[in-house]
Design a protein around this ligand. Sequence first.
Ligand code: NAP
Length: 288
Amino acid sequence: MSAHILSGITVAKEVKAQVAIDIEALKADGIEVGLATLLVGDDPASHIYVSYKHKDADAVGMNSFDVQLPQDATQADVFAAVDDLNARDDVTGIIVQLPLPDGLDGEAAVERVLPTKDADGLHPFNLGRVILGRPGPLPATPSGVMTILDHYGIETAGKTAVIVGRSFLVGKPMGLLLGAKGVDATVIQAHSRTPDLAAVCATADILITAIGRPGMVDASFVKPGAVVIDVGTTRTDDGLRGDVLFDEVVEIAGAITPVPGGVGPMTRASLLTNTIGLARAQSTDFRT
Ligand code: NAP
């Protein structure tokens, strides 16, 4: 039997409808919400991703600002642009579009963003708050995955979750969110040095792949009936591909996210919800 399809497009639509309501409420309280993106260089995929983020902001009535630097920008140029956005009253949240061109330090650029304007939820201050279970912006992609699980009523408590990938962007914070008190999955964090990866993955009730190797995860990685969340996105000649061999895995999984139309739209929706949360926090004490 074919797996249930977990549509990020459907869930993102609901999230965005709520964001639009929240923006109206904030406006009524005299608070304007503004999302700024900083894009460095000529990477075509990054230009596409940034244009989507502005479209999303427009669609929910959020102001947005598009700052771009040339391919030959220096680290000092990047820091100066971030400082500028940090200082602007009309900018509530800031996204540094990663990766930066070779030779530039993306993590340092993210750390330059004020934690109170960190729309991506990737600043070390905010990642630290995730470890502590304190409120604050959550890393956008893992947060989007959690929203999908919640929307479709997928039980996490007592389940074994295998996450393939341990980047600071996706894999590591995904493990923190799934293993948090109240979520209560038992988390296995796999990576390129994990022996017998397929066998480890086949123990998962919830399998999350954040690898960047198109089609690597075939049916042998999947326990029948498991929930499979494919975070991977790789641009190929055949279009955008996930890590999961969808046509094969859809036949044995219980539920699965497609690529495109799965986690991607949810990452963008989480950026909007983070920006709303930042707007609220900026009008109160952030560390509550
Ligand atoms: P990354 O920093 O390159 O991390 C990739 C992870 O996969 C690493 O931990 C690596 O292990 C592991 N890995 C690589 N090859 C492997 C293999 N053969 N077997 C097992 N593990 C392997 O990438 P990332 O930033 O986390 O992104 C991962 C994927 O998600 C990419 O395709 C990216 O485009 C996509 N992504 C999608 C969204 C979205 O919104 N849909 C958002 C962010 C990222 P080691 O640590 O041992 O090297």
